[in-house]
Write a protein that binds this ligand. Structure first.
Ligand code: UD2
Length: 307
């Protein structure tokens, strides 16, 4: 298969690229390296790497026209909630306009397309307290990021219903694993905790540490995507990608202590504004197409912390 992964030099994209490259598929990556890193994908040669902004409609269209990809996995985005709060208009261009353009370009110029996957987010649920979160749950976007992801997934879905494009949107829950960037205070909490344990620094719990998340090891996410890519029954669907299990931050901290055989100092600060107390995905629809997470939080952390 010939695949295009937008945002393929990022944390998640590079794992997807690795998966398909290792299976001898022809993988192309499009990334402007704003938050991705070329070093994440050393196995992708220059002929398969486009250092292009996903907003550059002309270049993106030329690439699609020329290569006629079987599969497009669209991850390129402003991924930081805070960046979208600071730059709502600019991030709207990347997260909504570029998504719409990519869909449209594929509709117009790529008749052989077998699957278009869009990365949405559990952020669309906002503070809706209903658990587990199902795709039937009410959405309550509370940031430009969440609004933009919701718009992107709805366009993605609509392109199937209106134009028969083979699309699927996936709402990612809390993904963690190697190559996740811990450098912002809004990076994934597990990557932050790892850095604190590596450097013997103080970890800060925002809130009481009892908050829970559905943490997904990145390799389980890759497997979920691979299943969706092969499954035409998911066309026009929006699916959660979680594990169906929730783990508290305190339990994650204890798992780190066991793995590192030491502890680090910790402190408590008030919960972040808009923070969700509990989050867990209903993954029944994904399981119906054969998904079964291969990693528990303990085995995922073990692999991550020893990588
Ligand atoms: C996730 C997404 C975010 C958005 C949001 C929507 C990630 C990395 N972030 O945020 O983009 O989609 O879901 O709901 O997937 N925490 C600490 N100490 C720290 C860092 C975090 O206590 O140093 C807490 C944080 O306040 C939260 C929990 O850990 O209660 C998880 O934080 P996160 O930023 O990893 O993920 P989340 O679910 O808030």
């Amino acid at each position: 298969m010939k695949l295009l992964i937008t945002g393929g030099a990022g944390f998640i994209g590079s794992h997807i690229a690795d998966h398909y490259h290792a299976k001898s598929h022809e993988v192309f990556v499009l990334d402007n390296l704003a938050s991705g890193h070329r070093e994440n994908i050393p196995f992708i040669d220059e002929d398969h790497f486009f250092e292009v902004d996903v907003c550059d409609t002309e270049k993106v269209t030329d690439i699609i026209k020329l290569h006629q990809f079987d599969v497009v996995i669209h991850l390129a985005a402003v991924v930081s909630v805070v960046d979208t709060v600071n730059q709502p208009v600019k991030s709207n261009k990347v997260n909504i306009d570029a998504t719409l353009n990519l869909l449209e370009t594929n509709r117009e110029h790529n008749p052989q397309l077998k699957k278009f996957v869009f990365a949405s987010s559990a952020a669309v649920y906002g503070n809706n307290p209903q658990l587990p979160k199902t795709t039937q749950s009410i959405v309550q976007p509370e940031s430009p990021y969440a609004v933009q992801k919701y718009a992107g997934e709805q366009y993605t879905k609509m392109y199937h219903h209106l134009y028969d494009l083979p699309t699927t949107a996936l709402r990612f829950f809390n993904i963690y694993g190697p190559k996740q960037d811990p450098n912002s205070q809004y990076s994934g909490v597990i990557s932050i905790m790892k850095r604190k344990f590596d450097n013997d620094e103080t970890f800060t719990f925002f809130g009481d540490g009892e908050q829970t998340r559905d943490f997904v090891y990145v390799k389980d996410l890759v497997n979920a995507i691979a299943l969706v890519v092969e499954n035409s029954e998911t066309n026009g669907e929006v699916l959660n990608v979680g594990t169906g299990n929730q783990t508290s931050l305190k339990d994650i901290f204890s798992a780190f202590e066991s793995s590192y055989q030491k502890t680090v100092d910790y402190q408590f600060e008030p919960a972040r504004k808009g923070d969700v107390k509990h989050s867990v995905a209903d993954v029944t629809p994904l399981k119906e197409i054969g998904y079964e997470p291969q990693y528990t939080i303990n085995t995922g952390l073990e692999e991550y912390l020893n990588s």
